[in-house]
Design a protein around this ligand. Structure first.
Ligand code: IPM
Ligand code: MG
Length: 337
């Protein structure tokens, strides 16, 4: 099922689908009308019937959710948040692989392109929505926004990180300032390390981890962390790989196999409608989807084609080219042939 969503999501997703269609796999892309227009019209962005369809989908491809006309957090919570939480897509996998060295802000600084995966816990943490406001609007206002970590939730995300690691796992947290959650994460960390004794593993404080990602990104393979920390670190990782225009993501339930794929960038209202959005993050998200559906060779081919096009300068302006969204995707499709 496909949710183009809002803003540039409506441009990059159709462009990316054309690239996948080039493979001739006969996949069906069924559109679902979930977007700001619908929310503004009906107050309900994702009706029950539509959600039931998503539950049954082999995979969900999503563009972006967000519209400057909507300041109501319920819009995101009812859509992106609900899909992630209610389908229990607990692993948010955000690879940052540099397709072309010239795109990295650290291009002259290191021995090789940085290539890391941020694994973000995707169902709890600071995104639990638990909390409330007290005496709102008065000088005595108080707000509580609860961080929730569960044994089951932490164990499974750490296990997931170990299962995809190629050389090492770094767990990033803030145990010294968040001692309760920290104690639980470290209990799970000890267990996960014992369960995966062959994978080198290190712990890092989240602030030090953010610094190291900038000063020495080459040390990282998999970084696993809490939901909100992972939201932030994955933007840093995307920046290292040339910007969020190159950052794909997969939201996966490792048990049911249900999954949603989406570019890390948002709806980018400032450039929406101009035809200048970089389609590569959406194309790479399709590659993650293909791999998840069992088309590993095709996924690798799409990634290689995207790298080929970008290295040849056949890309959008943010990546140093002069092509439109559609032209840049067509270039990737050509490299795929
Ligand atoms: C992301 C986005 C979302 C998040 C927003 C749109 C709620 O930033 O997917 O990284 O914070 O999860
Ligand atoms: Mg984000």
């Amino acid at each position: 099922m496909v949710i183009e969503g809002d803003g540039i999501g409506r441009e990059v997703i159709p462009a990316a689908i054309k690239v996948v269609e080039e493979l001739g796999l006969g996949l069906e892309f069924e559109p679902l009308d979930v977007n700001a227009e619908r929310f503004l019209r009906t107050g309900e962005a994702l009706p029950e019937g539509a959600f039931r369809q998503l539950e049954k989908a082999d995979a969900i491809l999503l563009g972006a959710i967000g519209d400057p006309r909507i300041c109501d957090p319920r819009y995101t919570a009812q859509t992106l948040g609900r899909i992630r939480r209610e389908l229990d897509l607990y692993a948010n996998v955000r690879p940052a692989r540099l397709l072309d060295p010239r795109l990295s802000p650290l291009r002259d600084a290191g021995p090789r392109p940085a290539d890391m995966i941020v694994i973000r816990e995707n169902t709890e943490g600071l995104y639990s929505s638990l909390g409330g406001r007290f005496k709102a609007g008065t000088p005595d206002e108080m707000a509580l926004q609860e961080h929730v970590s569960t044994y089951r939730g932490v164990r499974r995300i750490l296990d997931y990180a170990f299962s995809v690691a190629r050389s090492c796992v770094v767990m990033a947290d803030k145990w010294n300032a968040m001692p309760h959650a920290g104690a639980l994460w470290h209990r799970c960390w000890r267990e996960a390390r014992a369960a995966h004794p062959d994978v080198p593993a290190r712990h890092m404080a989240i602030d030090a981890c953010a610094l190291h990602m900038i000063t020495d990104p080459w040390q990282f393979d998999v970084i696993v962390t809490e939901n909100c920390f992972g939201d932030i670190l994955s933007d840093i990782a995307g920046g290292l790989a040339g910007g969020v225009g190159f950052a794909p993501s997969a939201n996966i339930n490792g048990t049911t196999g249900q999954a949603m794929f989406e570019p890390v960038h948002g709806s980018a209202p400032d450039i929406a409608g101009t035809g200048t959005a970089n389609p590569v993050a959406a194309i790479l998200s399709c590659a993650l989807m293909l791999a998840h559906l069992g088309f590993a060779a095709e996924a690798a081919a799409v990634e290689a084609a995207a790298a080929g096009a970008v290295r040849a300068g056949e890309c959008t302006a943010d990546a140093g080219g002069s092509l439109s969204t559609g032209e840049a995707a067509a270039a990737v499709a050509r490299w795929l042939r």
